[in-house]
Design a protein around this ligand. Structure first.
Ligand code: SF4
Length: 281
């Protein structure tokens, strides 16, 4: 789905996620400004093997909704995918929320690298507490917003979290979402080497460490919420959160108190998801 020689940095997680788009039947991507725009390339060059519409941030899901409706009226079966980073999800949250509440027949994929990487690593609402960004030079004070749980609370028919560290799981979720009608949301954890400050050879390792330490939990909702076996196994023989944090330069300034706070937040999130799994079954 993605051609070699594109503009992604070495080890880019988004270019890994783009490869999995081939699991989506007849995809049309709607992309606001961000790393994905740069990777797709500027006219007349084009690095993706599917149609792409480049749009302003806040209009992303509205444009996707219009395209989807237009295809439906013409009898064309396709999957219009609003493909954005966490920055565009922040900026376009009102249209994203409205689209989910209307149950528009679109897929939304958020490739979440936990900051505004394309403009130089400013903090986003996905940036975890303690992380250094150019707008949080002493480490971020507040915790990250959980976009997938927010989408779940919009009563979307399909919501899932995924990771570029588990590509088979990610591919299966793209395939599954592709066959469902209505609003589908997939939140893809995307560790970014330059923004998180780790070596570009470690993208998949860092993504897996996030899952193995429960900093990122893989789950899926399609009327029933299920925590994936990968995350369930991780909860039994859990990797150290400290190890996951300290492999990244953006956390090099954190002290023990911050690591303990993050540990508490991770465990609270895990308990919350277990409770939701009990309720939504
Ligand atoms: S800044 Fe990060 S997410 Fe953006 S293109 Fe580079 S590696 Fe990919």
């Amino acid at each position: 789905m993605i051609l070699p020689g594109n503009a992604a940095c070495h080890g880019c997680p988004i270019s890994l996620a783009f490869r999995a788009v081939e699991e989506i039947e007849n995809p049309v991507l709607v992309i606001p400004a961000g790393c994905s725009t740069v990777i797709a390339g500027m006219h007349p060059n084009h690095a993706l093997r599917c149609p792409v519409v480049h749009v302003p941030f806040a209009s992303t899901t509205a444009v996707a909704c219009g395209l989807s409706e237009s295809y439906r009226r013409r009898g064309i079966r396709g999957n219009v995918v609003a493909w954005m980073g966490d920055g565009a999800a922040d900026i376009g949250f009102s249209t994203l929320s409205a689209s989910a509440a209307r149950n528009d027949d679109i897929m939304v994929v958020v490739v979440d690298n936990e900051a505004y990487m394309n403009t130089g690593t400013q903090s986003s609402l996905s940036t975890p507490a303690g992380a250094y960004t150019t707008t949080t030079p002493a480490g971020k004070d507040t915790g990250r917003r959980d976009l997938a749980l927010l989408m779940l609370m919009h009563h979307a028919p399909y919501v899932a979290t995924a990771s570029v560290g588990y590509i088979r799981d990610l591919r299966r979720k793209f395939r599954r979402a592709s066959g469902i009608e209505g609003f589908r949301f997939i939140h893809v954890h995307s560790p970014c080497p330059p923004g998180w400050r780790f070596d570009s050879s470690l993208t998949v390792d860092v993504a897996r460490m996030a899952v193995e330490s429960l900093a990122w939990v893989l789950w899926e909702y399609d009327g029933v919420l299920r925590i994936s076996d990968i995350s369930r196994r991780s909860s039994v023989s859990r990797r150290s959160l400290r190890e996951y944090l300290l492999v990244q330069g953006r956390f090099s300034g954190v002290d023990d108190a911050m690591i303990e706070r993050l540990e508490r937040e991770v465990l609270e999130n895990w308990k919350l998801l277990q409770s939701l799994e009990t309720v939504l079954r």
